[in-house]
Design a protein around this ligand. Sequence first.
Ligand code: NAP
Length: 457
Amino acid sequence: MHYQSLNPATGRVLENWTPHTPEEIEHALHSAHQLYQSAWSKGDRTPRLQLLRAIADQLEQNLEPLATAASEEMGKLIAASRGEVRFCAAIARYYADHAETFLAPVSYPTDLGEAWLEHHPIGVIMAVEPWNFPYYQLIRVLAPNLAAGNPVICKHAQIVPRCAHLFAQVVKDAGAPAGVWSNLFITAQQVATLIADPRVQGAALTGSERAGSAIAEQAGKHLKKTTLELGGNDVFVVLDDADLPRAAQEAAAARLSNAGQVCTGAKRFLIQEAIYDDFLALFREAMSQAVMGNPLDEKTTLGPLSSKEALQRLHEQVDAAVKHGATVLLGGAPVDGEGFFYPPTILADIALDNPARQQEFFGPVAQVYRVKSDNDVVALANDSPYGLGGAIFSSNIERAKQLASRIEAGMVFINSASDTAPELPFGGVKLSGFGRELSDLGIKEFVNQKLVVVAKG
Ligand code: NAP
């Protein structure tokens, strides 16, 4: 275990962090459980919703240090880092505004008498989160659970300890009582021990299938509820009647955003035959315009990958794809020099037996496929172990809607790349996981939906 801040644009170590001791872990769990048992968690929601608003204010007041930390630790472009912090504030305010409505009792007409469903907190939630959106991933768990009354213990990724620390400080400075949000620098084994503890009642993980499978196994063994937000190999479909210049611009942005390290990033580009060559020329041009460099420089449009290991893995995946017959149309090898940079890359001719077809490439590498009919689009889109998001570009909205309903994914966008908003459910199917975050659905994942019935007469 090594919690270390390291700048991926330079490869230089910024800071080493000390892991939490077993005593500190027990103290965090004890505080969280005490909080759950108190009126603060189980009583009137108003103080918790006020705290959410205070957290939103704190996030905005600390915009620059938070944004700079993200850009320095995991390489996000500074403008995107600022956008992420503002978006976190919006999510906090969204739940502050809507939690009362979402968690209000729901009446159920029945012959048995008067019946209604109440929403109660269930206990401490273990959150395990990835580095690619080092604040957004955290607020997606904190905001609904704070509103509902569940304390959260978080194990963040080892490469973003400064972000983890600053986020915990924001919550504290907003006036949170001990236990609302506990950041712990701990091992996978210590996460397993926490999940096994009877005081922990749920586990929320965002990350790879490998981590998802480990968390689900531990949670299953101890009968704890889980939500898993895992990887994706999303399609970006361009139908033969699409606005090609617009689709090409959006396609490049969707593949290069966050240096390609987005779970819902467009990864497989399904282009209909009639417009394949025209689209590809525009797409290649748009991808080539990326300006690689220091993420703190406002002129940069493509930052580094998050770590040396991420760069090596992507490099190996591209090499393996090429060995299995793929053609490199753009890029295709890491950039020499300091930092972990990989250029915009386009792979074509990915045959049925090429393992790349079924893999998530977590970097700026696009796979392009030539497809014939609308049925072929659906068949290729669904030929994936993942089912997170997807996008369809067409000037015929009815046609696009019909395809959207046939694609096996948790989210499909028409004439826009995949996006996210506080009020929209987020999640996937198949190896992309289960459960939903954000929206009214996200706040219902870890609540006791308790039925109360008053018998007739
Ligand atoms: P990762 O290696 O799975 O790490 C995610 C988190 O899980 C980290 O905190 C990691 O800790 C932890 N972890 C890993 N193995 C674990 C285990 N056995 N027990 C407990 N914790 C464990 O994922 P990543 O490479 O950082 O993130 C990229 C993946 O996340 C991609 O597949 C991406 O698509 C997915 N993702 C999904 C969504 C979504 O909402 N669906 C959003 C963002 C990212 P360490 O740092 O200590 O290893």
